[in-house]
Design a protein around this ligand. Structure first.
Ligand code: IDP
Ligand code: MG
Length: 154
């Protein structure tokens, strides 16, 4: 089953709204398979946001992302990379669709509550950056057999 990485950013942690973001994903019946709180290092952020390294706002991102701990999580589900990107909404929270996390909890482009891997390749790379494979949990939800129709399960 597909996996993706999210980061609950420092604004989420310091506003004490982590549980609200997590509940959005659990309500969508996506499975949490790993979670840990860390303070990201500048080196980790340079790797994670390498596509933005030459942008003028890059130092601001590093400052923000190191200003408090973050929660790193791996979530699992059918097409979960795309599903969580849709739930998160577009980068600029002021232009995100109403009902998305960024629309509902942020007014900012930079301080936008959640990171979600952009595509499957990025998801695999980001999960490998922060977790080792044996750390990822495998378990069944109590009502697992109601999550998908049989033809959707690999
Ligand atoms: P994404 O998080 O929606 O995938 P990216 O373009 O990959 O967006 O940018 C990564 C992060 O960098 C954004 O989530 C946001 O925190 C920050 N960022 C992107 N563009 C800007 C900007 O124009 N000003 C300030 N911060 C930005
Ligand atoms: Mg991105």
């Amino acid at each position: 089953m597909q996996k993706t990485l999210i980061i609950l950013k420092p604004d989420t942690i310091t506003r004490w709204i982590s549980w609200k973001i997590i509940s959005r994903l659990e309500d969508k019946w996506i499975k949490l398979v790993w979670s840990k709180m860390v303070r990201l290092t500048e080196d980790q952020l340079k790797a994670h946001y390498s596509h933005l390294a030459d942008k003028p706002f890059f130092p601001g991102i590093v400052e923000f992302m190191t200003s408090a701990p973050v929660i790193l999580q791996v979530w699992e589900g059918k097409d979960v990379v795309e599903v969580i990107r849709l739930i998160a909404g577009v980068t600029n929270s002021r232009q995100a669709q109403p009902g998305t996390i960024r629309w509902d909890f942020s007014m900012s482009i930079g301080n936008n509550v959640i990171h979600a891997s952009e595509n499957l390749e990025a998801a695999n790379e980001e999960i490998a950056r922060f977790f080792s494979e044996e750390e990822i949990y495998s378990y069944a939800r109590a009502d697992e057999n109601m999550l998908y129709s049989p033809d959707e399960v690999n």
